[in-house]
Design a protein. Structure first.
Length: 320
């Protein structure tokens, strides 16, 4: 029985649907700080939860009889950089509540890390699983600290903590939530909506990316893996592709030949992206628990363009 925090976020809104398909609607308790009418949430139990309230966290998990906690609630990079103290309190206070609940109730535990856990002096290409991690963004500091805290809870209390260093995640179901890699999500939406996009990330900025279905299956595959095989836990490098704005635009033009891309670089989000690797190495994830992906850039673009075209057509028919 699973408790998910941040269920209305970019990962959560897709993960809830998949977990309920596999484990049953009633087995998956969706929680978030705000209410929602989304069908993803309405298909099973939902509860308002402030993850920094450790008693409320414990009570929610206890009443749900949770044996697994998937903790997604956090502020992402750009929003965290504009409000670092709030980001620290939410990202680390929430994580501590989650880990204390997992310890008290002997739950298996997952929380995502990110390529943001690497800094400017980390090797940018084939970034190793074990390497220098000195990020200078608050989001990155909270991700490295989170990795260490999760390893501590495993080492000290035996909590079965596991994590993934996610690249930028692309999805069509939830709007972007204050990240830096969200430029790629915005580009797909605008390509279908208006045929043009002005990128706040500069041409030639390579970043790791992954389509959301691959991210969701990576979480489930990792959590179902035999813990004895894991030499690492918090957190595994995973990636599907290394792309820059022009490569995504070229892929989109296979469907929308006249798509226009121009640039208005946002110095804050560009400086965040400059800290991050160009292409990380996911060998340990493949070797230790069979990580694999189904979507490369063009296959992701095919699915994003068709799903967004359907969504916009449906929205227009509602208006007319
Ligand atoms: C962000 N989407 O942009 C998140 C992610 C690797 C980036 O952590 O903040």
């Amino acid at each position: 029985r699973i408790l998910v925090t941040g269920a209305l976020g970019q990962i959560g809104s897709d993960l809830i649907v998949k977990l309920r398909q596999i484990y049953g609607d009633e087995a998956v308790l969706a929680t978030d700080i705000r209410q929602s009418q989304s069908e993803a949430v309405q298909s099973g139990p939902f509860r308002l939860l402030d993850v920094t309230d450790s008693k409320a966290f414990y009570d929610a998990a206890k009443e749900h009889r949770a044996d697994t906690i998937i903790h997604l609630a956090a502020l992402l990079s750009a929003r965290a950089e504009s409000n670092p103290a709030l980001a620290w309190n939410l990202n680390m206070g929430g994580l501590l509540s989650a880990l204390e609940t997992a310890r008290a109730l002997s739950c298996q535990f997952f929380t995502p890390s990110s390529i943001a856990a690497f800094g400017a002096d980390t090797p940018k290409r084939a970034t190793p699983q074990d390497t220098l991690q000195r990020p200078l963004t608050m989001y990155g500091v909270s991700k490295v600290s989170g990795e260490l805290l999760c390893d501590y809870y495993h080492h000290k209390y035996g909590v079965d903590t596991r994590g993934l260093r996610f690249p930028g995640l692309i999805s069509h179901s939830a709007p972007p939530g204050g990240g830096t890699t969200d430029y790629a999500v915005d580009m797909y939406w605008e390509a279908v909506r208006s045929g043009s996009y002005t990128s706040y990330i500069a041409k030639g900025t390579y970043l790791d990316m992954m389509y959301m279905p691959d991210a969701i299956s990576a979480i489930i595959t990792l959590m179902e893996a035999d813990g004895c095989r894991l030499k690492h836990r918090n957190a595994f490098n995973v990636t599907a592709m290394s792309v820059e704005p022009e490569s995504i635009a070229a892929s989109i033009r296979r469907h929308i030949p006249d798509f226009k891309l121009d640039y208005q670089v946002d110095p804050v989000r560009q400086s965040i992206a400059n800290e991050w690797p160009d292409a990380i190495d996911a060998t340990c994830a493949r070797e230790e628990w069979g990580f694999d992906v189904q979507y490369d850039l063009n296959r992701m673009t095919d699915d994003m363009v068709s799903k967004l075209t359907e969504k916009l057509r449906a929205d227009q028919s509602k208006i007319s």
